[in-house]
Design a protein around this ligand. Structure first.
Ligand code: ZN
Length: 281
């Protein structure tokens, strides 16, 4: 009798444990959303900025650069949606003008969208003067706005994490937050998805928390993401979404210049049938 009761209690206990494990592994973990007041251009990511330590142990922020790009960006979006997870995207202005419909999908999925310059120029390069750096920054944001049909978040990441002092000061004057990172995946150098997963897990386990830099532009990253997100979850990591308190006011001059640029010059307005005639079928 005692044995039977013990057995019954043991099996009830086991069922509870199994149910708890199932619930923990199958349900999306509650994640924190933080709102960022970008006044004065705060910097994030311990690789360059150590002032604002807002993540607690095992909290991570997912960030993706260099998109939007066909196939890879939509794959990244699907992987994030499958885990009910939100990220911050830093698109390249030119890419935003090539694929505005993909960038719209990023924003529609609820992710934060900042900018990453117009043409991915190194703003800290010797040949780059202050005006050129400002043009790269502003044109990048205007391109994102044009693609989205809505203002981007005042979030910026320098190409190659090359923080030029004049550009940093300028972003501060524009009240744009600067994103460095804590963990650089170097996914663009990885030979396959497995290498990205192992590299990110090793680095984040060492750091314990932080902003992770990846590229939705890269095929291997898109391939790695479903398993990487599961590994992060199994490791007890929780994703924090960073949202801007207010959108960026892009500058009208750059918005207008970009719209002009986008309109291709038309040499002739003659209808196609007047120009091209089938003479032999
Ligand atoms: Zn980049």
């Amino acid at each position: 009798m005692r044995n039977a009761l013990g057995l019954m209690l043991a099996s009830v206990g086991a069922a509870v444990v199994i149910a708890a494990v199932w619930f923990w592994t199958s349900s999306p973990r509650a994640s924190r959303v933080v709102e960022i007041d970008t006044t004065g251009g705060p910097g994030f990511g311990f690789a360059h900025f150590k002032q604002l330590d807002f993540l607690t142990d095992k909290e991570i922020v997912l960030t993706f650069d260099d998109g939007p790009w066909p196939v890879n960006t939509p794959s990244v979006l699907k992987a994030l949606a499958d885990e009910c997870t939100k990220a911050v995207f830093f698109p390249i202005g030119k890419h935003a003008t090539y694929h505005p419909e993909i960038l719209k999908q990023v924003a529609a999925a609820g992710h934060s969208v900042g900018a990453h310059t117009w043409s991915h120029a190194n703003l800290n390069a010797k040949k780059m003067n202050e005006q050129q750096a400002r043009d790269e920054i502003e044109k990048g944001f205007s391109a994102v706005k044009l693609a989205l049909g809505a203002a981007p978040s005042p979030f910026f990441r320098f190409p190659q994490l090359q923080h030029g002092p004049a550009a940093v000061a300028y972003l501060g004057s524009r009240n744009v937050a600067i994103f460095s990172c804590d963990v650089d995946s170097f996914d663009f150098k990885a030979k396959d998805a497995t290498q990205i997963i192992n590299s990110v897990m090793t680095k984040i386990d060492k750091a314990g928390k932080g902003i992770i830099l990846m590229h939705d532009f890269q095929r291997h990253t898109a391939e790695a993401l479903p398993l990487l997100l599961r590994r992060l979850k199994a490791g007890g990591y929780k994703v924090v979404q960073m949202k801007a308190k207010a959108p960026l006011q892009t500058l009208a001059d750059y918005d207008e210049a970009l719209v002009k640029d986008m309109k291709l010059p038309v040499a002739s307005a003659r209808p196609v049938n007047n120009v091209v005639q089938t003479v032999s079928d």
